[in-house]
Ligand binder design. Structure first.
Ligand code: FAD
Ligand code: NAD
Length: 478
């Protein structure tokens, strides 16, 4: 039966990690569910997975891993007694690998929707009154819009790269994160505007592959949302790797011919010009409500353009929820997915659990930066009395064996109750190590709980154990 004029229990608008996960959970809970998604991939084929799978988390991590291997061969292999002189990079092969991984996952999501009997409506959805949605099909014979109705709607339309007037993206020399995942050669000189997550991750990729990378950051503080001590140590390590990070640099204009981009900037040293072969604009992302028709149905947006929601992701329209990057909170795939699951549970009349105070952050530089909970500066500002325990990877047997001794684990716990308030890691595989901290915090655990937990030897996780012992001044190996 054609989807037109049909009614579903739930219609999800957007098939990223927020939307497709919400749709699967709704279907698992017995709700008839459709997911509207109009993303077209490079071959013009409809694709699920949103920003995360197509042009975000997965392709960036594929390139981070490939470039990490190359960097290891060039700079560290010899130390291990491995001689690999003359290693070269085949960028097109690297990109082809990345694209295969992306394609595998996006097709996999289509399979998951089929398995769970979620109908994928290939097109863009626009809200109509009374929980109806107009779908404009993409890549199909008929692009004639049709209407579906729903008892509940979940908006999961995500976000798009933010733009700044002095550096208009031309998708040739000046690109956003999507363009920066698809350079077909290694730019000799690469400029990046924004020393945030994307600037540091993609800056690391191209720096490792041989670009001379300059990162221009408007703020005078490096990674202000991270713990100060961890951010300071990370900044030093990244600078040593060759990232030329310039803080307090305001880009005032750009001029490009077909060979290079001239960037005009004002920095603490005065007015400057920088010539680069490519420029990446990575200054944040903004909510994507462009095709929703919010104003026509009276869907309330906040002053920054996010869909306005309460703590349970309810919008001002009855039966209409919103999740993920298009609403307040961190723009992270796991946050979007967990909100999707929580909303599905609520629609099915169950309890939807979402702990906004315990969302892990990871920056996939090397070493990686990961944290959960509150930073030392936040605790100080709030007047909370805390104790800190830290352990450097330089003293970890496993880290030493790996040759990965930069960074530390730091645990902050309440002075009175010992409850863990924050965990901050700079180090190898910090992205994996942080999971133990998140679990401990979810159970409202104490530093002593981690200290009493047996950690396998030799592992990087022992650094977590030692940091927990350190909270009580009884670290053993330092
Ligand atoms: P999106 O993934 O943006 O999906 C929204 C979907 O809605 C899109 O597919 C879009 O086509 C569709 N859509 C929009 N409007 C309509 C409409 N009207 N009708 C139908 N469909 C519509 N996060 C992490 O947690 N870890 C990482 O390592 C990480 N790396 C990243 C790297 C990069 C380069 C980028 C850009 C982002 C990264 N992120 C990462 C962020 C992550 O991608 C987002 O937080 C996540 O994708 C948000 O999920 P979402 O479902 O809310 O939105
Ligand atoms: P971001 O907010 O992390 O960093 C943007 C940086 O650009 C900030 O430091 C900001 O001060 C700076 N900036 C803004 N305007 C500027 C200007 N005019 N000149 C110079 N600097 C300027 O944003 P992002 O790096 O673009 O990433 C967007 C979002 O995507 C992130 O917030 C994150 O939620 C998500 N993301 C997550 C991951 C991950 O989880 N590992 C990876 C990539 C992206």
């Amino acid at each position: 039966m054609e989807p037109a004029n049909r009614k579903f229990d739930v219609v999800v608008i957007g098939g990223g990690p927020g939307g497709y996960v919400a749709a699967i959970r709704c279907a698992q809970l017995g709700l008839s569910t459709a997911c509207i998604e109009g993303w077209l991939n490079e071959s013009g084929k409809p694709a699920l997975g949103g920003t995360c799978l197509n042009v975000g988390c997965i392709p960036s991590k594929a390139l981070l891993d490939s470039s990490h291997h190359y960097s290891f061969i060039r700079h560290e292999a010899a130390e291990h007694g491995i001689n690999a002189p003359g290693a070269t990079v085949d960028v097109n092969r690297m990109l082809a690998r990345k694209n295969r991984i992306v394609q595998g996952f996006t097709q996999g999501v289509a399979g998951l929707l089929r398995k769970n009997k979620v109908e994928w409506l290939q097109g863009f959805g626009k809200l109509l009154p009374d929980r109806q949605v107009e779908v404009t099909p993409v890549a199909q014979e008929s692009t004639q819009p049709y209407t579906v109705a729903a008892a509940h709607i979940i908006i999961a339309t995500g976000s798009v790269p933010a733009r700044i007037p002095p550096a208009p993206v031309d998708n040739e020399l000046i690109v956003d994160s999507t363009g920066a995942l698809a350079f077909t050669d290694v730019p000799r000189r690469l400029g990046i505007i924004g020393a945030g997550v994307i600037g540091l991750e993609l800056g690391s990729v191209w720096n490792r592959l041989g670009s001379k990378v300059v990162v221009l950051e408007a703020l005078t503080e490096f990674l202000p949302t991270a713990d100060r001590q961890i951010a300071g140590e990370a900044e030093k390590i990244l600078r040593n790797q060759g990232l030329d990070i310039r803080l307090g640099a305001k880009v005032t204009g750009t001029a490009s011919n077909n060979r290079e981009v001239t960037v005009n900037l004002e920095s603490p040293e005065g007015k400057q010009q920088l010539a680069v072969d490519r420029l990446i604009v990575a200054v944040g992302r903004r909510p994507n409500t462009a095709r929703l028709g919010a104003a026509d149905v009276g869907l309330k947006l906040d002053e920054s353009g996010f869909v306005d929601v309460d703590d349970n992701c309810r919008t001002n329209l009855p039966g209409v929820f919103a999740i993920g990057d298009v609403v307040r909170g961190p723009m992270l795939a796991h946050k979007a997915s967990e909100e999707g699951i929580a909303v599905a549970e609520r629609i099915a009349g169950r309890h939807g659990h979402m702990n906004y105070g315990n969302i892990p952050w990871v920056i996939y530089t090397w070493p990686e930066i990961a944290w959960a909970g509150r930073t030392e500066q936040e605790l100080k500002a709030a007047g909370v009395e805390y104790r800190a325990g830290a352990f450097p990877f330089a003293a970890s047997g496993r880290a030493k064996a790996m040759g990965e001794t930069g960074g530390q684990v730091k645990i902050l716990s309440d002075s009175n109750t010992d409850r863990i308030l924050g965990v901050h890691i700079l180090g190898p595989n910090a992205s994996e190590l942080i999971a133990e901290a998140v679990l401990a915090m979810e159970f409202e655990g104490s530093a002593e709980d981690i200290a009493l937990t047996i950690h396998a030897h030799p592992t990087l996780a022992e650094a977590m154990h030692e940091a927990a012992l350190g909270v009580d001044h009884r670290s053993l190996h330092i």
